[in-house]
Design a protein around this ligand. Structure first.
Ligand code: ZN
Ligand code: ZN
Length: 243
C-alpha cells in the first residue's frame, strides 16, 4: 500500500535543471545569518499513544540528517511559541487540517484528494510548520509496532523537514523527497539527490564529504554482493558436501 506524504503533482519547478530534486517557486530558503533554526514539538497537539520523549528523539534524529550535510544547526527551542519550526499532530478531515489557522493558504496543501496524505508543511521562510496527520498509526519503532499500517515518524519528519528547508518533491524514487512512502517503510538516509538539492540552497557543511558520507552505503552494497556471490557458489557446487 502506498500513501502520499504530500501530493503536489502540479509542481515541477526545477530552477537548476541539475537533478530530479526541485525547489519551490522563487527558490525560497532560510536566510538567518547565524544559521541556526529552532524547532519544537507541540505540547498539546500530540500523538497520544507515543511518549513525548520518543517523538522528540525522532525529530532530533530527523533534523540531524539534514544538519550533517549543510552548515545549519537545528536547536530544540525551550518555548514552543518561540520556535522557528513548530511540529504537531493534527486531525485532517475533508482536506482541512485542524492546525492550519496559522499557515498561509498558499503554503498549505489541501487539494481535496487527501485520503492518504500523511503530513504537510510550510515552505521558507515566513513560518515553519510541520503538521503530522493525527489519524495515522505513527510509530517510532517499527520492530516493536507490528501494526500493518504503521507509519515511521522519523521517515516522514525527515521528508517534511526537507520541505520546510526549501526542497520540493523529487522524482528520484530513492530520494528522501520522493512524494510517496509505503506503510512500514523506513527511509531516513539522504541520497545524493537530496544532498545536491539541499546544498544548492545552503552550501555544504564543512565537515561533509560525499566519499565519507556514502562510504557506508558503498560498503554495505559490497557486503551484499559478496553475500550473494557466496550463496550462489554454495548453491551450485558445495551443497552436496554439506549433506
Ligand atoms: Zn512532500
Ligand atoms: Zn496543517
Amino acid at each position: 500500500m502506498t500513501t502520499t506524504l504530500q501530493p503536489r503533482p502540479e509542481d515541477n519547478n526545477n530552477d537548476s535543471g541539475a537533478g530530479p530534486f526541485t525547489f519551490f517557486p522563487g527558490k525560497p530558503r532560510w536566510t538567518r545569518p547565524d544559521r541556526v533554526l529552532t524547532y519544537a514539538v507541540s505540547p498539546t497537539a500530540t500523538a497520544d499513544h507515543l511518549p513525548p520523549s520518543a517523538v522528540r528523539a525522532a525529530l532530533r534524529s530527523a533534523f540531524a540528517r539534514w544538519a550533517d550535510v549543510i552548515p545549519m544547526r537545528f536547536v530544540e527551542a525551550e518555548r514552543y511559541d518561540a520556535a522557528d519550526i513548530k511540529v504537531g499532530f493534527y486531525l485532517y478531515t475533508d482536506g482541512r487540517c485542524d492546525g492550519c489557522a496559522c499557515i498561509d493558504s498558499d503554503d498549505d496543501d489541501d487539494e481535496g484528494d487527501c485520503e492518504g496524505v500523511l503530513a504537510h508543511s510550510s515552505m521558507p521562510e515566513k513560518s515553519g510548520q510541520i503538521h503530522l496527520h493525527a489519524a495515522h498509526r505513527w510509530t517510532v519503532n517499527l520492530a516493536a509496532d507490528t501494526a500493518p499500517l504503521a507509519v515511521d515518524l522519523e521517515s516522514v519528519a525527515a521528508h517534511e523537514i526537507g520541505h520546510v528547508l526549501g526542497l520540493d518533491h523529487s522524482s528520484s524514487r530513492s530520494s528522501m523527497m520522493y512524494p510517496f512512502i509505503s506503510c512500514r517503510e523506513r527511509k531516513v538516509r539522504l541520497t545524493t539527490d537530496d544532498v545536491h538539492g539541499i546544498q544548492e540552497l545552503y552550501g555544504a557543511n564543512p565537515h561533509f564529504s560525499f566519499g565519507a558520507y556514502f562510504k557506508q552505503d558503498i560498503l554495505s552494497r559490497i557486503q551484499q554482493m559478496k553475500k550473494e556471490k557466496k550463496k550462489k557458489t554454495r548453491g551450485s557446487s558445495f551443497w552436496q558436501l554439506d549433506e
